[in-house]
Design a protein around this ligand. Structure first.
Ligand code: LLP
Length: 423
């Protein structure tokens, strides 16, 4: 479900005409539908109600404070991966006992801060990291909870850059080594190893890989039980795919139906870490056509958003639908193939390749769909471009949730050494 639909040939976000937003706030502009975000959160939460799961939204997908606050207010926890994300989580008053912390490279400083705050648990990705957490907690006289991230060595069937559950990936610990660590847990007296974590990848559109991973981990949990090790938590990660083009991903209900039997058998408290599922289709990137350029070989639609605003096409060859904000007169018009490209000085700076689109002209607005996840959060200032404005629509109300950056923002932290100033 999402709230971006045409009414009278105009694209709307909830009850607001997107073109009005483009004119009022300028472009590039990220537009989010609050209702879609909350609806997706509730869908997942209710599908997993039979095990009373805690849904920890994955902050990296879109870390805007307004989105975090909206979700936390509805009862979501947060999945974080850095000190910066912890800072954001605390800013929106997420209860620390609803924060889980992954990442293969947590620094001692980051660990210390999270231990002090009393987060729910760390997802630990290696033995040296476990030793580091143990050392820091000894210093602080605390005993934080730990979930060991298992690398189940399953194929996620997604893009190789976002596959995380194979042994050739840097994530998690293989089952054998995890087993050894858990049996030696008395050696680590300043951590409480009480859970397991898996996250096998992102944009996974069929239940098979999830089932394979969960089967492996449940067998492992039973084996541990036989050895007298009882755990409290199982974090099944995120990874649920969404519709970008023609995908037919599982719904929350179907996903739950397939894995709930295994989860119930473990008897553990279940945590989920969805990112894309919640925000992916809840956001679009609105851009304006600057020029239409025809070469003898190709047609280019040059727009005012580039890989600095949305890097997914450049980085993963990702597909995002591109729709005109106005259908008038074009709905039945002949489609023409074009590359939709940004203004950045790289050939990899494209939003779409060889895409069939209705005829567009300078000044037209286009919506790059399904840009709510890993859109703004992966944006940059490359080519000294200011990051886009972000607005959130709630029914017929509109809220700016991040102002467009200014040139001053670009150079805010830069300094010219005195010697260069001739002083
Ligand atoms: N948990 C962990 C430990 C993760 O590493 C991730 C995502 C998630 C949860 C959330 O996954 P999701 O539900 O969103 O699939 N930039 C890429 C996606 C990278 C995902 C990184 N990890 C993209 O634009 O497709």
């Amino acid at each position: 479900m999402h709230e971006f639909k045409y009414k009278n040939n105009h694209l709307y976000c909830e009850a607001v005409k997107v073109e009005d937003l483009a004119r009022r706030f300028g472009t590039p502009l990220y537009v989010y539908s609050y209702r879609t975000i909350i609806d997706h959160f509730f869908k997942l939460q209710s599908a997993f109600r039979p095990v009373d799961a805690l849904v920890c939204y994955s902050v990296k997908a879109n870390s805007n404070l307004a989105i975090l606050k909206g979700l936390v207010d509805k009862g979501a926890g947060l999945d974080i991966v850095s000190g910066g994300e912890l800072f954001r989580a605390l800013k929106v008053e997420c209860p620390p006992e609803k924060i889980v912390y992954a990442s293969v490279g947590k620094t001692e400083k980051e660990i210390e801060e999270a231990v002090r705050k009393g987060i729910l648990f760390f997802n630990v990705e290696s033995l040296p990291e476990l030793e580091s957490i143990n050392r820091v907690s000894r210093m602080l006289g605390k005993v934080p909870r730990i979930a060991i991230r298992i690398n189940p060595d399953v194929e996620a069937g997604t893009h190789k850059f976002i596959t995380t559950g194979k042994l050739t990936n840097k994530f998690g610990i293989d089952l054998k080594s995890a087993y050894k660590i858990i049996l030696l847990r008395d050696k680590f007296s300043y951590v409480n190893i009480c859970g397991l974590h898996i996250h096998i990848g992102s944009q996974i559109t069929s239940p098979g890989p999830f089932v394979a991973a969960i089967k492996k981990i449940s067998a492992f949990i039973l084996e541990l039980k036989r050895k007298g090790v009882s755990l409290e938590y199982l974090n099944i990660g995120g990874g649920l795919g969404i519709v970008y083009n023609q995908e037919t991903p599982q719904t929350a209900q179907r996903y739950a139906r397939r894995i709930l039997p295994y989860l119930k058998k473990t008897g553990l408290k279940i945590i989920l870490e969805p990112g894309r599922f919640i925000v992916g289709n809840a956001g679009i990137l609105v851009t304006r056509v600057l020029y239409v350029k025809e070469s003898s070989k190709k047609k280019f639609i040059i727009v005012n958003s580039g890989m600095n605003d949305l890097i997914r096409p450049a980085l993963y060859g990702a597909y995002h639908k591109i729709l005109p904000l106005r259908l008038q007169g074009r709905k039945f018009a002949a489609l023409q193939k074009a590359d939709v490209v940004g203004p950045i000085c790289e050939s990899g700076d494209f939003l779409a390749k060889e895409r069939k689109l209705p005829k567009v002209k300078e000044g037209d607005f286009l919506a790059v769909m399904s840009a709510g996840a890993y859109g703004f959060s992966m944006s940059s200032n490359y080519n000294s471009r200011c990051r886009a404005e972000e607005v959130m629509v709630v029914g017929d109300r509109v809220f700016v949730i991040r102002k467009r950056e200014t040139f001053d923002d670009l150079i805010r932290n830069e300094k010219i050494p005195q010697f260069l100033l001739g002083l």
